[in-house]
Design a protein around this ligand. Structure first.
Ligand code: ADP
Ligand code: ZN
Length: 368
């Protein structure tokens, strides 16, 4: 059932995000309603395919779509030009023409890769995002950013290609490894800190219910996150200004991910730790009170993140932060909280302060 529809307002490129639980049967009719062409390509990965591909194909075929599907190996390594090229070959060999659409069925990796394919295949075909991870549902499937990685940097080759609609079914989360729920919660808590004290309060009260995947708790949080991301996207489609607030936790987070070669920590886990470190920077700079700091760190600490500080080299983390692509003219830019629900962009944070905040963050994860 569709619980809520949230609209991303972008003039003629406007589109809805459908949030709900157990919605597979109405996917094809929704495609019809949005004028999706008959010829459809579903891209997914080999973990997601056995779980969700068959019912989706059945539903589309029942409504007379001509569907072909391709499953890629799972994982970030597939977000490459090589794999995009392989998909192009499959599509060309299958005779997929310009009047076709791509459905991205999977997590953020598939969303980004399939989105990149849709943005470029024969100069662009319609895209439908069917996110199956919490992270993709609350964040990466919304906003139109699509990309593949380059050996010299993540997401370096890409485009803005808004989907025709986003189809976010929380029932998919039941098969998700616990670690992926934790990762998604990184972005969820971030929305609370940067934009919405109400969401933050809700998480303080109901985090355990969200972790237990209780339907109403999850849907409420997902809906709120989708609304916030939709609103930011409407106001700053090409990320020229205010979408920067989404970078809270990410200046440190990106460096943490990279320092562990993307194996020690996945994206959302790194963001959780990044938010702790950046909150302690904000505290040291007098931007937030001890109280606010403790609330933010307290909520993050309740997320069952498995991390041992001795698995990452702190010096490497700091070194990597000088290469963050979001730093302008070599200056590190931080998005730091000023209270729960508001942030401010700050430049010129001393290296020593970055170091001490990382140290105190790591200290929280040393025992055990
Ligand atoms: P993210 O969405 O966090 O960016 P991925 O796209 O890499 O990350 O997805 C994380 C992992 O979870 C991948 O191994 C993917 O195959 C798997 N996965 C995605 N959705 C589901 C699901 N609903 N159930 C089980 N596994 C899933
Ligand atoms: Zn992120």
């Amino acid at each position: 059932m569709i619980h809520r529809q949230i609209d991303v307002a972008l003039g003629e490129r406007s589109y809805p995000i459908y949030v709900g639980s157990g919605m597979t049967a109405s996917l094809a009719p929704t495609c019809r309603q949005h004028g999706i062409p008959d010829r459809v390509v579903v891209l997914t990965d080999k973990n997601v395919a056995p779980l969700y591909l068959a019912p989706l194909l059945k539903n589309l075929r029942h409504f007379e779509f001509d569907v072909t599907s391709f499953s890629l190996p799972p994982g970030e390594r597939q977000k490459s030009l090589q794999w995009a090229s392989k998909v192009f070959t499959w599509m060309l060999e299958a005779g997929v023409g310009r009047k076709s659409a791509v459905i991205a069925l999977g997590g953020g990796v598939i969303g980004d890769l399939a989105g990149f394919v849709a943005a470029t295949y024969q100069r662009g075909v319609p895209l439908i995002q069917v996110p199956t991870t919490l992270l993709a549902q609350v964040d990466s499937s919304i906003g139109g950013k699509v990309a593949v990685n380059h050996p010299l940097g993540k997401n370096m080759i890409g485009a803005f290609h808004q989907p025709k609609f986003v189809w976010s079914d929380m029932e998919c989360l039941r098969t998700l490894p616990a670690r992926e729920i934790v990762s998604g919660l990184g972005e969820v808590i971030k929305y609370g800190v940067i934009l919405d004290a109400g969401l933050f309060d809700d998480l303080e009260t109901n985090l355990d219910r969200v972790l237990a995947l209780e339907v109403d708790a999850v849907l409420r949080v997902q809906t709120r996150c989708a609304e916030l991301k939709a609103d930011l996207t409407s106001r700053d489609e090409k990320e020229s200004g205010m979408r920067i607030v989404l970078n809270y936790g990410h200046t440190v987070g990106h460096a943490l991910e990279a320092a562990g070669n993307y194996r020690v920590l996945n994206h959302g886990e790194a963001v959780l730790l990044g938010m702790i470190a950046e909150s302690s920077i904000a505290l040291a700079l007098g931007m937030i009170s001890q109280d606010v700091h403790d609330r933010i760190v307290g909520l993050i600490r309740r997320v069952p993140l498995r991390f041992r500080a001795n698995t990452l080299d702190l010096t490497k983390v700091i070194k990597l932060m000088s290469h963050d692509k979001k730093s302008i003219g070599g200056k590190k830019r931080f998005v730091l909280p000023t209270r729960v629900g508001d942030v401010q962009v700050t430049e010129g944070v001393e290296r020593s302060l970055i170091r001490s905040s990382l140290l105190s963050t790591f200290k929280l994860y040393t025992s055990g």
